[in-house]
Design a protein around this ligand. Structure first.
Ligand code: ZN
Length: 375
């Protein structure tokens, strides 16, 4: 862990494993099996498919778009990485538990993840089973930021925790991966001075909005159901292009608005990178989103955003964010395949021998285990 030639100051200069070189044979698609949250079936009590990320990868493999060899293994964000945005106070709050009698309560994490049974788990289990997957997804978003600059596009199959800001989590978001990815780019990649966030999850992205409230380098466009969580009026002041939708908005109106405002946003300010928060909780029937977009509508939406970015030669980083119905994973995979068919992202091709991703993944996080209690 060298703190070498630290000219950029404490924050910009820390040693990170997240900006490693990636072999040119890999597609800029980032994932790790550690993304998926499982513990004794408790995750089933949350109204979501906590294994959706693995299923997306499964479908993409099945359709021979990727192999284990052609995707990039996400690494867990370390405490130092997280401190680029988060306060020490917030990070230590995630580690605390309340002792009451003989029982310990992981109250903070239970509240943030909205998985009530987490309350009854000892903190070391919470760290390992809930926070580590989220930290790995967060590392994946930061890695994908650099990859997008190098390759023109990148997709983190997880991430998109847009309700979390530097000192506050919520709505299943424990780490501010979008803010982190942007700050890493500003601090470490030459020529990145402006970013545009296009947030198309059904919910308002109040986390990154609070983080960039005073930051003129970041342009935020947000399209969301105006009646649902979080309704954060303070954070809304950070939105440059706000599109508030009504209950049950359908494809035609939605896609027209998305296209109009994506074009408008990019014509207004030409960024050095686009961060696209591609939440799929806009899907018809989503218990939280309250919108009525079809699977084909979601595929079309992603195509509109990628087309607008690629036509202008703007690097784009996509994260998958909310949307946890059983059919969600298939839709995300279909959308990625469609982007390829449309010539908006390059394909894998690599017909190398099937080998396991595991050795690559196992080597990760050994150096970054300091943030949880190893047992
Ligand atoms: Zn959402």
């Amino acid at each position: 862990m060298s703190e070498k030639e630290d000219e950029k100051g404490k924050r910009g200069g820390h040693h990170t494993e997240l900006y490693i070189e990636v072999p040119p044979t890999c597609l800029p698609i980032v994932y790790s099996p550690e993304y998926n949250i499982t513990f004794m079936g408790l995750e089933k009590l949350h109204p979501f498919d906590a294994g959706k990320w693995g299923k997306v990868i499964h479908f993409l493999k099945e359709d021979q778009f990727i192999t284990d060899d052609t995707i990039v293994a996400a690494r867990e964000a370390t405490e130092e990485d997280l401190l680029v945005v988060h306060t020490k106070r917030y990070l230590s709050k995630l580690k605390t538990h309340v002792l009451e009698g003989s029982r310990e309560w992981s109250l903070v994490v239970a509240t943030i993840t909205e998985i009530p049974p987490v309350l009854f788990l000892p903190n070391f289990l919470v760290q390992r089973k809930v926070l580590r997957p989220l930290r790995t997804q967060t590392g994946g978003t930061i890695m994908a930021g650099k990859l997008a600059m190098d390759r023109g596009w990148a997709i983190n199959v997880g991430g998109g925790f847009h309700h979390c800001s530097s000192d506050k989590g919520g709505g299943f978001c424990a780490y501010a991966d979008i803010t982190l990815a942007i700050k890493f780019l500003f601090e470490r990649v030459e020529g990145v001075c402006r970013a545009t966030i296009i947030d198309l999850d059904a919910h308002q992205g109040n986390g990154h909005e609070r983080d960039f409230l005073e930051d003129r380098r970041v342009y935020i466009m947000d399209v969301y159901n105006r009646y649902i969580y979080p309704g954060d009026g303070y954070a809304k002041r950070a939105i440059k292009r706000k599109v508030e939708l009504d209950w049950g908005t359908e494809d035609m109106e939605y896609l027209q608005k998305v296209e109009l405002h994506v074009e408008g946003a990019l014509n207004e300010v030409l960024p050095d990178i686009i961060i696209y928060n591609a939440g799929t909780d806009i899907l018809d029937g989503d218990p939280l989103g309250g919108l009525a977009i079809s699977p084909q509508g979601i595929v079309k939406r992603d195509e509109i955003v990628f087309r607008a970015a690629r036509r202008r030669g703007l690097p784009i980083l996509m994260v998958t964010s909310g949307g946890y119905q059983k059919k969600t994973a298939r839709i995300i995979a279909d959308s990625i395949l469609n982007l390829h068919q449309q010539g908006l992202i390059e394909g894998g091709a690599a017909e190398g021998p099937e080998t396991s991703l595991m050795p690559l993944l196992m080597s990760k996080s050994l150096s970054s285990g300091a943030t949880f209690n190893a047992i």
